[in-house]
Structure formats: C-alpha cells, structure tokens
Write a new protein. Structure first.
Ligand code: ATP
Length: 142
C-alpha cells in the first residue's frame, strides 16, 4: 500500500458559509479568531466547540505557507483531526474587493458620527465597521 494511503498529514480543515464551502484542505496548523484571542489549532488538538469573532483565519498548508482568510463571526468545532469553521462570511485575502470594503467602512463611520440620532442603529454600524476594517487588514496581507 502506498505511503499516502496510510499516513494522515495534518488536520482536515473546512470553512463553510451560507454560500457554501469556502475552504477544504489539509493544514499543519490553523489559527482562528476566538472570543478571547487567537486560537492556534494543531493536529491532535483536544475536542473543542467555541464561538469565533470577526477576524482573520490563517491556514498553514504544508509547503504553501500561510493562507489568510477574512471571516465573519461563527463557530469552530475540532474533533478527530477535523476542523469545521461555520461562519457568516469568508473571503480569501486575494478575493477581497478593497474598494467595496473602503466604501463600507466610510458608510459605517458616517453612521457612527451620527450615533446619537434615534434613527441610527449604532450596533449595526459598529459591526459593519468591524467587518470592513477586517477585510482591509486581511487584504493588505496579499
Ligand atoms: P457591504 O455593505 O459591502 O455588502 P457587508 O459587510 O454588509 O458589506 P456582508 O453582509 O458581511 O457585507 O457580506 C455579504 C456578502 O458579500 C458575503 O458573501 C461576503 O463574503 C461578500 N463581501 C462583502 N464585502 C466584501 C468585499 N469587500 N470583498 C469581497 N466580498 C465581500
């Protein structure tokens, strides 16, 4: 039997959004944005289910370096060397539309400047600003 068939390399990582499977591959380590800070997940990590926040996922693919992905909030589950990340949104750094994110950031900041007005939803504007700022940060890593 070939070595490839008997050896499991790294952990299996899947990133899923309502739009579908955004990432499906093997990794040596995956870093996800946890509520209390970054979580670095290696093969044979203990079973885990945890919430994740808007931030950057970094997948280290053997031989291919780090792959940055901007994600919205969601959940991570790790079990039996399989990592499943369920998130609202996920974009590979190379696919991020920078002009769109800049426009979203400006829009959010305009709302926040008027946050004391009754028709402005401050929480919504803050979330929007967070998503846009995160996309710009992750896009800058390409
Ligand atoms: P916008 O106001 O520009 O739509 P948003 O933060 O409200 O920004 P989301 O609701 O988080 O957008 O995402 C909606 C969809 O658009 C998702 O599929 C997300 O991956 C995609 N998306 C949002 N912004 C960008 C961007 N700057 N580049 C690439 N895809 C994006």
């Amino acid at each position: 039997m070939a070595v490839e068939e008997t050896t499991t390399i790294g952990l299996k990582c899947e990133i899923v959004t309502p739009e579908g499977l955004i990432y499906d591959g093997r990794a040596d380590i995956v870093v996800v944005p946890g509520e209390m800070g970054e979580l670095g997940i290696l093969p044979r990590h203990a079973s885990l289910v945890s919430r994740t926040v808007v931030g950057e996922v970094r997948v280290n693919e053997s031989g291919n370096g780090w792959k940055p992905i901007a994600v919205g909030s969601g959940y991570v589950k790790m079990q039996f060397d399989r990592l499943l990340l369920l998130v609202n949104t996920a974009e590979n750094a190379v696919d991020i539309d920078v002009a769109r994110a800049q426009a979203a950031l400006e829009r959010a900041e305009q709302y926040l400047a008027r946050a004391d007005e009754p028709e402005v939803d401050r929480h919504r504007a803050e979330q929007s600003r967070r998503r846009a700022a995160n996309r710009l940060k992750v896009a800058g890593k390409v």
